[in-house]
Design a protein around this ligand. Structure first.
Ligand code: 3EB
Length: 324
């Protein structure tokens, strides 16, 4: 059995919350009945627009809630989940708010003992909007990069997704462990952290995938080959290229037989694309995969979609897996 699972469901976890690491909501604000369980109210909405969906991370062992500063978290034997709202203010440049949020996250990692982040999700409001002469996503990259430079123990950053939402506030949530992940790059793509400066003053700090034990966390993946967008504005072409990138990463990670418990999240600029995208996702990851389609703004305006995937299949091994 894997050390955690990820479910997409219509309701918040009910009476049995003993194993819950965290709940992420698409379409609903904080609800009181969850008590100390970390709850993330995202600025994203389900593509289907017919109510709220919850992403629920559950551990294979009982969890304990931990709050360290502004980070709400929970830990199992081998895994920590945490979340923070990005402290944006009227006169605070986004890079400063992001840098501060990530410093709080590193405080959480150090104090909880789960020192190695293995996967980040970043949901920003107005991601491609201009903020005093620089795009907000580019400001985000500056702030994240500064915090990683100061605090990240791993030689390369772990997997991540970064997309935009339309309502509410910017949030970050993450999974962490006591051992660092093995990071994986895609031979079809330039590493994001080596993108040329045309995409912003600081390149994005993420790896294409993190492998922790036998569990694979594939970053938000789009129709990018080398460092360039392919099939700009064209759905079928972007979908084909994105699936090729996901398939390549799965193979490189040793998960190419596509067995295991897959949880897939797709971010769609146009929510009416969900049926076409679902056909391709089912074909690659199988009809038994868990799938969630969200209405989101992808961080390049010519990209129509971004897809992430988790393959949860292995026990945690206690042996260190990467040099730190
Ligand atoms: C890309 O490949 C598309 O900045 O954390 C995907 C996943 C993307 C994560 C991030 C950005 C991020 O560059 C965008």
């Amino acid at each position: 059995m894997a050390y955690c699972s990820c479910d997409f469901q219509r309701f918040t976890p009910g009476a049995n919350t003993e194993h819950v690491l965290g709940t992420i909501s698409y379409g609903r604000e904080q609800s009181a009945e969850l008590g100390p369980i970390p709850f993330v109210a995202t600025p994203l909405r389900p593509a289907a627009r017919d109510g709220t969906v919850f992403e629920v991370w559950t551990a294979s062992t009982p969890t304990t809630s931990v709050r360290i500063g502004p980070v709400a978290g929970a830990c199992s034997d081998v895994l920590a989940f945490g979340t923070i709202t990005v402290p944006e203010g009227k006169d605070v440049p986004l890079e400063d708010a992001v840098e501060r949020a990530y410093h709080h996250i590193f405080d959480f990692l150090e104090q909880s003992g789960f020192r190695e982040p293995i996967r980040f999700w970043n949901y920003l409001t107005a991601i491609t909007a201009d903020e005093h002469g620089l795009e907000r996503y580019r400001r985000f990259n500056i702030g994240r990069h500064r915090a990683f430079l100061a605090r990240l123990r791993q030689p390369t950053p772990p997997a991540a997704s970064c997309v935009g939402g339309y309502e509410g506030v910017s949030v970050v949530y993450f999974l962490a462990a006591r051992t660092a992940p093995v990071v994986i790059e895609n031979p079809r793509q330039v590493s994001a952290y080596a993108y040329p400066p045309v995409y912003g003053p600081t390149s994005p700090s993420f790896s294409r995938a993190s492998l922790h034990g036998e569990n694979l966390f594939i970053s938000g993946t789009a129709s990018i080959v080398g460092h360039e967008t392919r099939h700009g504005g064209e759905l079928r072409g972007q979908l084909m290229e994105t699936m090729e990138n996901l398939s390549t990463l799965s193979h490189v990670a040793g998960c190419g037989d596509m067995s295991g418990d897959w949880a897939i999240k797709a971010y769609l600029r146009d929510p009416s694309h969900s049926e076409i995208v679902d056909q391709a996702v089912r074909e690659l990851f199988g009809p038994q995969s868990r799938r969630l389609y969200l209405h989101a703004e992808v961080c390049r305006t010519d990209l129509l979609l971004e897809i992430e995937a988790c393959c949860l299949r292995g026990q945690e091994s206690n042996a260190p897996q990467a040099s730190v």
